[in-house]
Design a protein around this ligand. Sequence first.
Ligand SMILES: C[S@@+](CC[C@H](N)C(=O)[O-])C[C@H]1O[C@@H](n2cnc3c(N)ncnc32)[C@H](O)[C@@H]1O
Length: 276
Amino acid sequence: MQGMSQPARTDLFVTTSLEPSSELEARARGFARELGAPYVGRGDLGLPRLFRAHPGAHRALLVQTNRLLLAMPGGTELFYHPNMAFLRLGNLLRGGRDLLVDAAGLRPGDRVLDATLGYAAEAILCAYAVGTEGVVHGVEAVPELGVVVREGLQSVVTDHRVLNETMRRVQVVHLGHHLEYLRACAAGSYDVVCFDPFFEEILPDSETFAPLRAFGDHAPLLPDALAEARRVARRRVVVKAMRWSPLLADLGITERFDSKSGKVTYGVLGGTGDKG
Ligand SMILES: C[S@@+](CC[C@H](N)C(=O)[O-])C[C@H]1O[C@@H](n2cnc3c(N)ncnc32)[C@H](O)[C@@H]1O
């Protein structure tokens, strides 16, 4: 109909679990509006049937009573869980060190931007390191993924009290490319900016990462984004990479913090934010 605004996206639809309550439908409509995607009434229809009725869609956001679920026609699914944060936070709580916290040089009260949020496992570690006086913001390029993570960070309850409290302190501030967000930030508005683009190779012990790889954005880190991050960061920009990857050298990063396992490294560049 002329004059009526239509959802812009055809690659995604938003629906609910089977036979939803009116509250659940209203929530789903809200997410559909936010994502600019159509809301599709579920009734008692199976998901494959909904995908067949929307041939352009290759992903669906399902609003369920206790969680959000992303689904693909082939059956791949993603729901929020804090992934490696459970183990890495446990290690910090036992007095151990964490390579990201060391590479970023995090201190209580710092402001941190995680520019490639994913499951926010590393953002959670940063939130623990900067404490309740600090701030951790996250940016996720894939809006529906960012919504699942944002809602999960606020609602998922694990049996780890400190993890639950720390998750609640990570704020998703932008659903879109980090370059857009960084360009809009004033110089020096964060102490540290972190990037963790997908690795080119899949590490054998990273199976919990498979759904994130399926739904995430695999575009390489752009030199422009790194330059903007240096302007926005007062102290450091951290880039995670596979140890044998040419990525850090290609980006001109020479200072590195290598993991004991030998697989992962964090490259570090000085921020220029305090110099304007
Ligand atoms: C390897 S994962 C990050 C994992 C994260 N460090 C964690 O602890 O869960 C990379 C994430 O960054 C997102 N991403 C990729 N390019 C991006 C960009 N240009 N802007 C914002 N997010 C981006 C991907 O969609 C994916 O969710």
